[in-house]
Design a protein around this ligand. Sequence first.
Ligand SMILES: [Zn+2]
Ligand SMILES: [Zn+2]
Length: 389
Amino acid sequence: MSDIQINKQRKYNWNMVVILTLIPLIGVFGTGIYVYYNGIVWQEPVMMFIYWFLSGMGITMGYHRLFSHKAYKTNSFVEWVLMIFGSTALENTILKWSSDHRLHHTKAETEDDPYSITQGFWHAHIGWIVKNAPDDKTKVRGVKDLQKKSAVKFQNKYYYHIGIIVGFIIPMAIGFIYGRPLGALLWAGFLRLAIVHHATFFINSLCHYVGRRTYDFKSTARDSWIVSWFTFGEGYHNYHHKFQWDYRNGVKWFAYDPSKWIINGLSYFGITYDLKKVKEHVIMQNHFNSIRTQLTEKFNKSTKSCKVFYQSKVDRLHQKADSLFISWDEMELRYNNMVENGKAKNRTLLKELKNERRQYRAQLNKIKRNLNTIMFDIQKNRLRPELSA
Ligand SMILES: [Zn+2]
Ligand SMILES: [Zn+2]
């Protein structure tokens, strides 16, 4: 019976199709036509960027890292602020967004992943939103922990009111002040919303398509610094899928991830706390595992002579790396014990710890460079006898 109902159901939700077609059309062409006839005043692009930043932050810092992943904690005032700006992105309520997103992680690349890349780029990007799905796939689940939050409860009642008042009417009111309400509405309302929408959609599509698989070679999620530039740091998606509860997506200090910098910055004032972070050696170990999988794949495609020449070298390098990881882990455990015993504030001990970490890092980086050189050589079917293991 239910199968018959599903078959009778239209494939597309036409209301969604119209809305998601009109927003970018009005945003891009409407703003373009307006500019052609009325020119540009500085307030409009400035307001567009500020609004883009605020609604983008509402999604990345709020919907994603705080509510969906609980990667850090904050007070309810910040939760309210993030809820309000997140609502202006018009990407559904925190509960629905988090429900879908948690499934995207736990059921990644299966039928239960709402925006699974295995169903194609288009489906992962926007298709899953404009298509009608069976009821059991659209219901909100696995978000009981969020339901009691005051910001979440309020948003559930007034989601559209907040999104439209803060996202469209307030920019228009600001536009009234300088005499161009329509210009303000087009720039900060429609154009901004089109950019925010597709930037988020690209995380589900492009970030499962383009980039490196640095920490988990078997995942479809990729790390792309380019995508990070227009998604407030969310482009490091391979790392994020491997360590979804880390408050950082761009884990290297220089990786463009403003959400990470703001969450970290606020922690110095006690506004954010309990920031979750994966230990450096665990991250590095996963990087080595990814290299190991890549090398196995490359060996399978390489010539027999290449395999004979490099296999033992690669094995030796991995054994060396494995024993370094064991020692590093033991050292970290010793340090944890010191923290528990209240000795970790001892400056000499801390200095020693930093030195030991530096040494492990240097040795492992050397091994990594050798493994990468070997990988490059295997790809080119080149035998390089001078390489030291
Ligand atoms: Zn993903
Ligand atoms: Zn996530």
